[in-house]
Design a protein around this ligand. Structure first.
Ligand code: ADP
Ligand code: ZN
Length: 610
């Protein structure tokens, strides 16, 4: 392809014009314009940006700007269509060829590509490799973008063998710029990508910040099952027109959570590997289209989903590493609007994860990763600082929005409860696990407790003044401080360590943090008695959902939450005012301005003075 030679100023002006026309945005996020400029100059580029950072624009704008068609390699056929739908909705001619379409459809699309009527062509790596030999002579290719590029590396967390064959791209197209994009930061993976793809010597590396300040971070020591469910219920109730994710460690956990939430009348779906493909697809569709309020899922869910209006992600269990955690919470708030990431963690999770890590075949690495995750969960300093320092991007100030920043943990001397727990363990000959121990201390009537005669020991009921959650938090810290040990080979019974023994008759304070059960778990709004579900924004969300259904598009592809909330606060009254809203592309203004303008007027009639 002949590349137009443009100056940086010309590229910038043209890129801004296209950004407004096709995406409705008036400014680029950091690095986006630099990346676009590098490609416009024909350079290869490796782009590292967190999930939701705005990678797509970096190759889509050069694709529109240049003659010919950009090839986008993407591993997930099932989700290519969403990307293509989003582009078409904005007036950008795009298509995909894949094995889910008929051969004649695929052929028809290729004809359009050769006729230069398509600007972006999405394709899987397998398919690209079979097509390449046919294309190289005559295909009008402007650039090649490789999404989820970490899949090429064995060091990445999602290695896919078919990606390794992409190393031959440069043989076929030595002069076409290649852009590799990923949200994985680690250094070995980075250089592996550059080497394998045979990038040119003047290739550029772009690493954007991994901070996602709009995601509020919260961690809660296990408040007990009932509290967890009511916390999640409150979260759904405060976001009735949005969708969130609850990640659970096991399929059983997913099913249990899903049925609890359904029982409470919430629109929930389940997703895990043991469900039929059909059920999984339906859950995924309903999630993308906003037809459900919550999806309960294992980590199998989420890769490649770029729904921008996920307002909250809950980890019902602690993930096994910070990489996993960050990728999963990164799915929230891609539109830049406030989002919440809440994680529960418990002694039980740590026990299970430690077992998995030990048996994983890479025990050293996985135990070390688990340790970092645990330190994050137990951090008594700003959580964002802990996260970003993990990604070698230390933050120099507290974020002021995570739970630690907003209510630093209080410490107290827990010697007395610790001694009670130790005494109960010794009086039951160290034959009990966490939950039985807590029940003994609280004087529970449970059948197996009485059957074993534990109600007769002296410490039975000695800790009735504390809740189950408070006791679990104390036992968790006893494990962390090395006061007790967990015997994995003996049904996870608790054993008193020599240090624990030394505390039995000691006066030395044992400082512990308070369980956070009484702290407000979700944003302040949640503490209001009832959620008012008829703001203008709520109304516009319903209008958007109806339009989405009528157009068979996910709601966030009509307008993002961010754009919708600007519409709700600006209340545009004319086409031009509507077009001026950040995030309104020209085609969308033409299609939807009247509908939204009259929806605003209609709402105002029933809400005078608001
Ligand atoms: P990624 O692929 O990096 O996970 P996306 O490309 O899906 O992220 O972008 C995430 C969200 O950010 C999308 O809703 C997108 O429209 C929005 N976005 C991208 N660039 C900009 C920008 N310059 N201004 C405002 N929003 C943007
Ligand atoms: Zn903080």
């Amino acid at each position: 392809m002949v590349r137009k030679t443009l100056s940086d100023e010309q590229i910038s002006a043209e890129a801004h014009r296209l950004l407004k026309q096709f995406y409705g945005y008036s400014s680029f996020r950091p690095l986006q314009l630099d990346i676009i400029t590098a490609v416009a100059h024909g350079k290869d580029a490796l782009v590292l940006m967190p999930t939701g950072g705005g990678k797509s624009v970096c190759y889509q704008i050069p694709a529109i700007m240049n003659e010919g068609c950009a090839i986008v390699v993407s591993p997930l056929i099932a989700l290519m269509q969403d990307q293509v739908d989003g582009l078409i909705a904005n007036g950008i001619p795009a298509a995909s060829i894949n094995s889910l379409q008929s051969d004649s459809d695929n052929r028809a699309i290729m004809e359009q590509v050769f006729a230069e009527r398509i600007k972006l062509l999405y394709i899987s790596p397998e398919r690209l490799l079979t097509e390449l030999p046919r294309w190289s002579q005559s295909m009008p290719i402007s650039m090649i973008a490789i999404d989820e590029a970490h899949c090429i590396s064995q060091w990445g967390h999602d290695f896919r063998p078919e990606y390794t064959k992409l190393c031959c791209i440069k043989e076929y197209f030595p002069n076409i710029p290649v852009m590799a994009l990923t949200a994985t930061a680690d250094k070995i993976t980075r250089s592996d990508i550059v080497n394998q793809l045979r990038f040119g010597e003047d290739a550029k590396l772009f690493v954007s910040t991994f901070d996602r300040p709009n995601i509020q971070l919260q961690v809660m020591p296990d408040p007990g099952k009932a509290q967890r469910i009511s916390t999640i219920s409150r979260l759904i109730a405060t976001h009735p027109n949005d969708t969130g994710i609850v990640y659970c460690m096991t399929r059983k956990g997913v099913e249990a959570m899903h049925s609890e939430l359904q029982k409470r009348g919430f629109k929930s779906a389940a997703y895990h590997a043991a469900l039929s493909t059909e059920t999984r697809h339906r859950s995924q569709r309903d999630f993308i289209n906003g037809e459900i309020q919550v999806i309960c899922a294992t980590v199998a869910f989420g890769m490649g989903i770029d729904k921008s209006n996920i307002r909250w992600v809950v980890h019902n269990n602690m993930p096994s590493s910070i990489e996993h955690y960050y990728q999963e919470i990164g799915r929230a708030g891609r539109d830049g609007m406030p989002a919440l990431a809440l994680m529960f963690y418990s002694v039980g999770d740590i026990i299970t994860l430690r077992k998995f890590a030990t048996e994983s075949g890479q025990a050293d690495i996985n135990l070390a990763k688990l340790q970092r995750m645990k330190e994050y969960a137990e951090s008594s300093v700003c959580r964002r600082r802990v996260l970003l320092s993990y990604f070698s991007e230390p933050l120099e100030h507290d974020c002021l929005s995570c739970d630690v920043c907003s209510s630093p943990p209080q410490r107290y001397n827990a010697l007395i409860p610790v001694q009670k727990a130790l005494s109960a363990m010794l009086r039951t000959n160290e034959q009990v696990g966490v939950s039985m121990l807590v029940d003994i201390l609280r004087g529970s009537q449970r059948g197996d407790l009485v059957a074993q005669g534990f109600h007769k020991i002296r410490t039975y009921g000695a800790g009735a003044d504390l809740s189950v959650a408070q006791w679990q938090h104390i036992v968790l810290q006893m494990v962390q401080l090395g006061i007790v040990d967990i015997a994995y080979d003996q049904g996870r019974r608790l054993k008193v360590t020599p240090y624990g023994m030394s505390l039995l008759k000691s006066n030395v304070p044992v400082m512990m943090t308070m369980a956070a059960t009484n702290a407000t778990p979700v944003r302040k709004r949640a503490s209001k008695p009832a959620y008012k579900n008829d703001s203008l924004l709520d109304h516009l969300k319903k209008v958007r959902l109806n339009l989405a259904r009528a157009n068979s598009l996910p709601a966030y592809l009509i307008f993002s939450d961010r754009t919708l909330s600007i519409i709700a606060s600006d209340r545009p009254r004319s086409y031009n005012q509507f077009l001026a809203v950040d995030g309104v592309a020209r085609r969308k203004a033409t299609m939807y301005s009247e509908i939204f303008i009259s929806a605003i007027a209609e709402w105002e009639k029933t809400h005078p003075g608001e």
